[in-house]
Design a protein around this ligand. Structure first.
Ligand code: FAD
Length: 305
């Protein structure tokens, strides 16, 4: 299943297991240390790419750039830089895109972004900027031959009035040059497969890679889920009930829940996974291991033994 001939799988990838890892740019030295320990831990799994997020309203522009630059300089990994349309003119965004190309970056995750104050206010494009993910993807495509990933929403984006409008937007992003979609995280695999059916019925044939979030901190992930319209099943909420002050047990519960979800996706033929790591490697590494992924090169200590 994982290493056979190169056929197309339900999510549109090849039949080899392909993983990618998403990180956020660190704010402090301590966070930077954690990030790099995590990158080093996950590096031997030879991810297809690792991506670095872009803070709301471009708030991490420099830090995203610095993290991507360090990945290029110090690792053999392929970085993907997230970029949003928020709070910037087209010229400003184009300058960032050109800068990435000149640096050697060949993959951008093109996003509309959210209003800088988070939820509450409706999204309003910058008057001189790109209006949405599709316009941004087209802008990137005009500048250089980047690999372009975009976002997709198995439970539809909260701004989409219905699934048809949501799929139309994904179609517009593909027509503009997107080569892969990465989904918002979800906890009910059926929703993903139903969405995949809708996407394929609309004639969209790019890989739709599931975005996968391990729940180490239930409160934090539940808050993310509320903000982006992801359904949190009550079964999962009750599994974390009473563990607020028990990080050790929480970790075991998180591993069990994540293993169940990932194994079910794999059993149904999914071969591409994008992990929202939140800059933590252990759980993600364990899930990859369970899925059958093994380090490509032995660790240095093993070589010298
Ligand atoms: P789009 O696809 O452009 O639009 C989303 C929806 O908004 C559409 O489906 C449509 O309903 C509506 N819409 C958009 N434009 C119009 C229009 N002109 N008229 C009417 N309706 C419209 N955010 C960050 O800030 N930084 C990140 O690094 C980041 N990384 C992400 C990575 C992934 C994998 C995912 C899934 C999301 C990420 N996000 C990030 C969040 C993302 O920015 C938000 O979900 C945002 O609200 C939508 O971005 P989009 O590119 O999907 O928008």
């Amino acid at each position: 299943m994982l290493n056979g001939s190169n056929t197309t799988t339900p999510n549109g990838g090849s039949d080899e297991l392909n993983v990618s890892f998403e990180f956020f740019p660190p704010k402090t030295e301590k966070m930077e240390e954690t990030l790099w320990q995590s990158v080093r831990r996950l590096e031997p799994l030879s991810p297809h790419f690792i991506s670095v997020t872009y803070g709301a309203g471009g708030s991490t522009r420099e830090r995203t750039h610095a993290t991507v630059a360090r990945i290029l300089k110090e690792t053999a990994l392929k970085p993907a830089a997230h970029l949003t349309c928020v709070g910037a003119t087209r010229e400003e965004v184009d300058a960032v895109i050109k800068d990435y190309w000149n640096l050697g970056v060949r993959h951008i995750v093109a996003l509309r972004g959210d209003p800088p104050d988070g939820g509450g206010t409706p999204y309003a494009p910058h008057p001189g900027g790109y209006a949405n993910g599709a316009e941004l993807a087209a802008g990137i495509r005009r500048i250089a031959d980047f690999e372009i990933s975009v976002a997709a929403y198995p439970e539809r984006h909260p701004d989409s009035p219905d699934f048809a409008a949501d799929i139309d937007m994904l179609k517009a992003k593909v027509d503009a040059g997107a080569t892969r979609a990465i989904t918002q995280f979800f906890f009910d695999n059926d929703l993903y497969f139903r969405y995949l059916d809708r996407v394929r019925a609309a004639g969209i044939d790019i890989p739709i890679t599931p975005g996968f979030i391990p729940i180490l901190n239930f409160r934090q992930v539940a808050k993310f889920a509320r903000a982006c319209g992801t359904h949190m099943p009550s079964r999962i909420a009750s599994q974390y009930d009473g563990l607020e002050d028990d990080p050790e047990t929480r970790k075991l519960v998180a591993a069990t829940i994540a293993a169940e979800q990932a194994s079910d996706l794999a059993a149904q033929g999914v071969t591409d996974f994008h992990f929202f790591t939140l800059n933590r490697a252990d759980l993600v590494y364990a899930i990859c291991h369970l899925l059958g992924l093994r380090p490509k090169a032995p660790a240095q200590e093993e070589v010298s033994q």
